[in-house]
Design a protein around this ligand. Structure first.
Ligand code: HEC
Length: 304
């Protein structure tokens, strides 16, 4: 009897345990979905489009992509998607549906609001970190990586064209011989300064004239005077610059303390509150004065 009871307890325990771990590992993706393969060409255009989406939608949790796993920023841990372990264990379909459905149990949000095309672009970008990746037959082989700039970058300047809302970042660069050169294909990230950290707008590559162009997102609110501070940083370096510019939405921020209200400081308090206050204070002083006067009278009585 005793042994049966023990068995029952152990069985229940094991059952409960597997259930819990299933809830944590199960993304609810069917075998059919897993077997899906990349639907768009595995080419540079798609990889770069995927990277741009990744930088604005995923990087804050998943951090920098890299083949070597690095520490992730948030709990629950968001895995480094460049790691070979993740690349190996996931089919294209699995990546696609994990991005689509998310995983409520662990905090990976669903991204079904992105178009299907955009989600495949993300898969394309994620796969660029997998040297062993075999794109499905329907896809075009990756084009050779664009040549990298090999000189040194000395500085960066920012210019604005407020008529068409463009931000222009120009690099000053030297080639290997130390002569001024054009830095092509260098990544520049554009940020807008916000009260709590900098907000990434986009990452762009420089053209043949060392210039990276970005469209200013006109729906972004500016400060009370209509100014925003734009920051441009050469990716992977400490070369950065910032500049104020007056465009974008002006915030019409009303300070609630500027109007007469119960919580308004001093002059902004409502009249009835001021009157009540004055009356109460007067009342207190009159009472104190009256009491002092009575004490004085008692004192005088004793003298007589
Ligand atoms: C709020 C933070 C957060 C954001 C934003 C986010 N993720 Fe995740 N992601 C997670 C967490 C946490 C996990 C781990 C979930 C798990 O293992 O159950 C995860 C897991 C994943 C996985 C599965 C990895 C594996 O173990 O197989 C993929 C793929 C993924 N994320 C892609 C993306 C992409 C692409 C984006 C942007 C479109 C994105 N994530 C945005 C938090 C996030």
């Amino acid at each position: 009897m005793n042994t049966i009871l023990k068995f029952a307890v152990i069985a229940v325990f094991i059952f409960w345990n597997t259930n819990v771990s299933n809830a944590q590992t199960d993304w609810g993706i069917s075998e059919e979905q897993k077997s899906e393969t990349l639907k768009i060409p595995f080419d540079q255009a798609n990889q770069e489009a995927g990277e741009a989406i990744f930088n604005t939608q995923c990087k804050m949790c998943h951090n920098e992509m890299s083949v070597v796993p690095v520490n992730t920023r948030l709990l629950p841990l968001s895995p480094n998607l460049g790691s070979q372990e993740i690349q190996k264990k996931n089919s294209d379909g699995e990546l696609f549906y994990k991005i689509t459905l998310g995983h409520a149990a662990t905090g990976m949000p669903p991204f079904d609001r992105l178009s299907e095309d955009d989600r495949w672009k993300l898969v394309t970008y994620i796969r660029t970190f997998y040297p062993d990746y075999q794109p499905s037959t329907s896809t075009v082989a990756a084009s050779p990586a664009t040549e990298k700039f090999v000189g040194t970058i000395k500085g960066i300047t920012l210019d604005f064209d407020t008529t068409n809302g463009t931000i222009k970042a120009k690099l000053q660069a030297l080639d290997e011989m130390g002569n001024p050169a054009n830095a092509k294909n260098v990544k520049v990230s554009f940020y807008v300064k916000r009260a709590f950290g900098d907000f990434l707008i986009n990452t762009k590559k420089t053209d043949g004239q060392s210039i990276a162009l970005e469209q200013y997102p006109l729906d972004l609110p500016a400060d009370t005077n209509g100014y925003i501070t734009v920051i441009a940083t050469v990716d992977g370096t400490s070369i950065t610059t910032s500049k104020e510019v007056k465009f974008g939405e002006k915030i019409h921020y009303k300070n609630p303390l500027d109007e007469p209200s119960l919580w308004g400081p001093r002059d902004n308090a409502p009249l009835w509150l001021k009157l009540t206050y004055i009356l109460v204070v007067l009342g207190v002083w009159i009472t104190i004065g009256w009491a002092a006067f009575q004490i004085f009278r008692i004192y005088n009585l004793r003298e007589r």
